[in-house]
Structures are given as structure tokens and as C-alpha cells.
Design a protein around this ligand. Structure first.
Ligand code: ATP
Length: 352
């Protein structure tokens, strides 16, 4: 378990981390997710002991690690830039942490073989890092971090430098690896898809603070703030007002979600929460729909994204299956009827 309590860090006048509190549960993957500059790496570096906090505590398992030097914290670290030793072979890179700890030769060699198998690089032991692909280098970096059996694994944007396909493969690889080893893992990323796919717990950060902590589904389905709703998952943002128990955003009218009558609100509409129910000329009676024009259609394999402009000028994206789009027979320029089934509403805060 990693537990940070009231962490605080300033760089000169800049307040980079503000009273950050969270727990990364044992044997699970916890992700720090946020835009560039939100303080994620600083929190990770404080946990690793590479940065001193101005306030707060770091607990690793039962131990208060706040004052411990990095080498006494029993953490494994992996960064975006592989940081492998170029003059050492894969085998010696993986063995590095064991050599520092003066592990007996036979034990060291057995552990390296075990890790080479674990990261599926058995045939690569004698290569130098320059003879490896980016994905292979990152697997060596993972093996090197895991070799001394760390209590926690800290990963800072480990896949950011890799292409999309390798990134997806390595995500799956990491998921299986950590499940098998049961190692407590903290991952820093700005990639919401990566966070949703990999994590047991997501900690969303913004401007040095925690915005929300939850499971990927909680964060996606029940964002606690407009920032989270906008940052995690795609959403069109519509503006409107609450009148009584209804929220009206231009042509769209939905039940309010507890916001006071008279509030100015933002509505976040996910593409899969909107349906195109037909072409305007085929309108049935009494459907709860509004009319719009198809601006653009994007065919993405089995899904289709339709960008539609409501008659009041607001644009939203609609996600359809390929079959739905074909059945509807829609094209750019067509007038269609759309039904917004769900939105997340937030009162606009002018004090920010
Ligand atoms: P990124 O994904 O870009 O690394 P991040 O969320 O990890 O972003 P941090 O690297 O933690 O953000 O940085 C948070 C803020 O603190 C940034 O504005 C950064 O410029 C600043 N910062 C980080 N390290 C230092 C430092 N050593 N000196 C001064 N400012 C720093």
C-alpha cells in the first residue's frame, strides 16, 4: 500500500502540489491522471524520494518513508525515457539493482533468467539497448525495476514514447504482469484511455490538487466536476439554464440534477448518450427529439461518429454502430432528429 497524506510542494513561488491525499491499495494499479503540469510527476517523485515535500507524509506499507533516502524505500522506478545503461547488456541492465545490493552470483543469475522469461525477452539477454525496439527497451526497464522485488512499482508515463499499437500491447502486458506478481503499482499518465483501461483506482489531478478519486467507471459515469467530465472521455459541452426542475440548453431539455432554479449550467454530453432516431422527413409523432444537420461523418471501423449541428448552432458528436448509420442512410448535409438521452450537468462557477 502507498499512502500519501497532505502532500505539499512548492517550487519557488509556484505551488505544484496542494494537500494531496490518497491511498494506492496493495497489489492494485492506481493511476495519477491529469493534464501536463498538474503535479502528477512531482507526487510520484516525492513517493520515490527524489523530491522532498514541503509538507505531508509518505507511507509505504507499514513504514513512514517520508525521511528515507530513495535507495531505502524499496521502490522500482520506470520512466518514459528508458534510462537503460547503453554500455550494459540486457542481462546486466536487469541485474543492476541486484549488483548494487551485492546479491550472490547464482541468485542474481537465476533472478535475471526468471525476469527475462517474465518480460518475454529470453533470446535477448546479450543484446545492448541500441539493438532493441522501444517496446522491448521498456520491458527491460520493467524487468530491471522488478528485479530487487520492490514493495511498490512507480511508473512515470512509461508508454508515452511508443507508437499506438505497442502502447496497447504493453498496457495489456503490464496488466497481466502486475496481476501475476501482485505488486502495488502507481502509474502517472495524461492519457485518459490508458488510465481507464489499466487502473483499479484513478486519481484525477488538476493544478496540483486532487479533483476526484474512484474506479474508472465511477470517474467516467459520475464525474464530480466539470473538469473531470471534460478531461475523462469525449463530451460535447452545451451551455444553458435551470428553470424549475428542468435544464434547458438551447433546444435540449433534460431533467435538472439538483441544481438550483436560475443557475447557469454546462451540460457534458457523451457521444454514446445521443441517438440519431431518423431523418427529419420521417419524424414520428411525439418523439422527444430535436432537429439537427449532419456536418460530418467519420467511419472508424465498426463505429461511426456523426458530428451534428443543432438548429440553435450548438454542435454535438453522436456515436453509432456502422449498421445503424447504414440503416439510417445518413450523409453530411442531411437533416436528422436527435435524442439526447443523458448529460452530466454542472453549475458554472464564475469565481474560477
Ligand atoms: P507532465 O505530464 O508535463 O510531466 P505533471 O502533471 O507530471 O506534468 P509535474 O512534472 O509534476 O507535472 O510539474 C508540476 C508543475 O511543477 C509544472 O508546472 C512544472 O513546471 C513545475 N515543476 C516541476 N518540477 C520543477 C522544478 N524542479 N523546478 C521548478 N518547477 C518545477
Amino acid at each position: 500500500m502507498i499512502r500519501v497524506e497532505a502532500l505539499d510542494k512548492r517550487f519557488g513561488a509556484f505551488h505544484a502540489v496542494r494537500t494531496v491525499d490518497f491511498t494506492a491499495p496493495t497489489g492494485r494499479i492506481t493511476t495519477l491522471l491529469g493534464p501536463s503540469g498538474s503535479g502528477k510527476s512531482t507526487v510520484l517523485r516525492i513517493i520515490a524520494g527524489l523530491e522532498r515535500p514541503d509538507g505531508g507524509r509518505v507511507r509505504l506499507g507499514e513504514c513512514d518513508a517520508t525521511e528515507l533516502p530513495p535507495q531505502k524505500r524499496n521502490v522500482g522506478l520506470v520512466f518514459q525515457s528508458y534510462a537503460l545503461f547503453g554500455h550494459l547488456s540486457v542481462r546486466d541492465n536487469i541485474g543492476f539493482g541486484l549488483d548494487v545490493r551485492k546479491a550472490p552470483r547464482a541468485e542474481r543469475d537465476a533472478r535475471i533468467d526468471e525476469l527475462l522469461a517474465l518480460v518475454q525477452l529470453e533470446g535477448y539477454a546479450d543484446r545492448k539497448p541500441t539493438q532493441l525496439s522501444g517496446g522491448q527497451k521498456q520491458r527491460v526497464a520493467l524487468a530491471r525495476a522488478l528485479a530487487p522485488r520492490p514493495g511498490v512499482l512507480l511508473l512515470d508515463e512509461p508508454f508515452a514514447a511508443l507508437d499506438a499499437r505497442v502502447r496497447r500491447e504493453l498496457r495489456e502486458f503490464l496488466r497481466q504482469l502486475t496481476a501475476r506478481l501482485g505488486v502495488t503499482t502507481l502509474l502517472v499518465t495524461h492519457d485518459q484511455e490508458e488510465a481507464l483501461e489499466l487502473s483499479d483506482v484513478v486519481v484525477v489531478m488538476h493544478e496540483g490538487r486532487i479533483e476526484q478519486i474512484g474506479s474508472p467507471t465511477e470517474i467516467y459515469d459520475h464525474p464530480s466536476s466539470a473538469f473531470v467530465a471534460g478531461f475523462v472521455g469525449a463530451a460535447a459541452v452545451l451551455e444553458g439554464r435551470v428553470d424549475g426542475d428542468r435544464a434547458t440548453m438551447g433546444q435540449i431539455d433534460l431533467p435538472a440534477q439538483g441544481q438550483a432554479s436560475g443557475s447557469t449550467i454546462q451540460a457534458f454530453v457523451r457521444p454514446h448518450d445521443v441517438a440519431i432516431v431518423g431523418r427529419v422527413e420521417e419524424a414520428g409523432d411525439g418523439e422527444s427529439v430535436t432537429s439537427a444537420e449532419v456536418v460530418r461523418l467519420v467511419w472508424l471501423g465498426w463505429t461511426v461518429k456523426a458530428y451534428v449541428r443543432l438548429d440553435d448552432g450548438q454542435e454535438i458528436a453522436v456515436q453509432l454502430t456502422r449498421q445503424e448509420a447504414e440503416t439510417l442512410g445518413i450523409e453530411a448535409g442531411h437533416r436528422v432528429l436527435v435524442n439526447v438521452q443523458k448529460a452530466q450537468l454542472f453549475v458554472m462557477d464564475y469565481s474560477i
